[in-house]
Design a protein around this ligand. Structure first.
Ligand code: PLP
Length: 453
């Protein structure tokens, strides 16, 4: 499905309403589906018929260029022919069980050639949160300690063992929280939590604070520090340079595991194979998911042979799960990694990400609603502001922007002023240009309508 030329976005009338078939099915489902679905599904009310390449098609035949990719899950886009062939073939043969399968053996062998040095073991799971929990068990097994530190703005899943290290208000009303977990400030390169001006000052302040926190708040039993090398949920926030390296040095000094949560940043999303590559940091443990299986619900813990042996994690059945690494999941992982390598998607992510940031910055020079554009590879953050107040664009206006984009066939997360753009890694130049054009028209229409020009 080639990108269509951008239709002008102009009047109240042109604002988005889902087509009749989408509306009817969403309405029917809403009688029984539990509340709490992802915001994008709730706000869009799209019922999907299919996806091809970087486009989704709803039941009414309307197509959307996808700047979200299931929040970084659809790394290969939709219905990649080679992926469909490999996964379908495996499904027709065998899909269940923990026995070795040709795809699993091939996947782990290939993976070990692209992981950071020394990280040559993977255990597979089904969801991101499950992998993060397994990584914590591994860190405890290795260090025989039990405390964990995460960062303000961090997100690692919604299960009980990690709720305390979600660095926002998500955990409110879900207490009591597991003891022994702490949060420290994340050195947002663009907005230092300590208000420092220079990036290096910011990194240093955040490291100093962390040192003090460990000294004054913990029981001296630190098993691990868990970090997103770029924070996804917080808005694709890039840390101040030098900080991740400093964190590596500090955790080594303390004998604690450094866990790099690469759920979003892994497998080429940031224009390098891993998010931690940008600072040449080799963590002790990485958690992966999303792009790992090209959309199949599979996640993993990657570590060194030495750390993986730690008991009880390394005991028979100590690190396993019912679905982890089954033949179907393994076929998905094998297919996805082969395609990422064969089609040089890491390079594409870097090149298309650079173009996307460039075009968004050009747009910023014309649109007062864009406060900031940042990005690494195809992990891009755009801060939307109200030019009258200089504050984040208010929710109702963001929602209007989201609908304006949808009306013209562009799927974004612009219902949030910390807009995240993470298209499939297979995105083409034409699609980047088309998407930015539609986004620019949507911004202009909103600004004109609400007197924000
Ligand atoms: C960095 C990070 N870790 C872990 C998770 C949890 O993954 P899941 O939703 O598959 O449990 C997410 C989900 O967005 C994430 O962004």
């Amino acid at each position: 499905m080639p990108a269509k030329s951008a239709a002008p976005v102009s009047s109240e009338k042109s604002r988005y309403t889902p087509g009749p078939k989408s509306r009817a099915l969403c309405e029917e489902e809403s009688k029984h589906i539990a509340p709490g679905l992802q915001t994008i599904a709730l706000y869009s009310q799209i019922a999907l018929e299919s996806g091809h390449g970087r486009h989704l098609r709803d039941l009414d035949g309307k197509e959307y260029l996808d700047f979200v990719a299931g929040i970084g899950v659809a790394a290969l886009g939709y219905s990649h022919p080679e992926y469909v062939r490999i996964v379908s073939e495996q499904l027709s043969r065998i899909s269940i069980g923990s026995f070795t399968s040709p795809h699993r053996a091939n996947f782990v062998k290939t993976l070990a050639t692209v992981t950071p040095k020394g990280l040559d073991r993977i255990q597979l799971y089904s969801s991101g949160a499950e992998a993060v929990e397994a990584a914590l068990r591994l860190a405890k097994s290795r260090t025989k300690k039990y405390e964990l530190i995460g960062f303000w703005g961090g997100f690692h899943g919604k299960t009980g063992g990690i709720l305390p290290v979600l660095g926002d208000s998500f955990k409110h009303e879900l207490g009591p929280l597991m003891p022994g977990l702490y949060l420290s400030p994340y050195p947002n390169r663009d907005r230092c939590p300590f208000g420092t001006k220079g990036e290096h000052d910011c990194a240093a302040h955040c490291l100093d604070f962390l040192r003090e926190l460990i000294k004054r708040s913990t029981a001296g039993a630190l098993a691990a520090v868990i970090v997103e090398p770029i924070q996804g949920t917080a808005g694709n926030v890039i840390p101040a340079p030098g900080w991740l390296k400093g964190l590596r040095a500090l955790t080594k000094e303390l004998g604690a595991m450094l866990i790099s949560d690469e759920m979003i940043t892994g497998f080429g999303r940031t224009g390098s194979m891993w998010g931690c590559d940008h600072e040449s940091v080799v963590p002790d443990i990485m958690t992966v998911g999303k792009g790992l299986g090209g959309g199949f619900p599979v996640s993993g813990v990657i570590t060194s042979s030495e750390i993986a042996q730690s008991k009880p994690w390394g005991n028979p059945s100590g690190s396993s799960s019912s679905y982890g690494g089954n033949p179907l999941a393994s076929a998905a992982c094998d297919a996805a990694l082969q395609i990422i390598l064969k089609e040089k998607l890491v390079d594409n992510s870097r090149a298309m990400g650079k173009l996307l940031v460039e075009k968004l910055r050009e747009l910023q020079s014309r649109s007062p609603l864009i406060g900031l554009v940042r990005g690494r590879g195809l992990m891009i953050g755009v801060e939307l502001v109200n030019p009258k107040t200089g504050k984040p664009l208010e929710s109702p206006l963001c929602r209007e922007l989201f609908e304006e984009c949808l009306a013209h066939g562009l799927l974004t997360m612009s219902y949030n002023p910390m807009l995240r753009i993470n298209p499939p890694l297979t995105i083409t130049k034409d699609e980047v240009l088309h998407g930015v054009e539609v986004f620019g028209q949507a911004l202009a229409a909103l600004a004109a309508r609400r007197g924000l020009a």
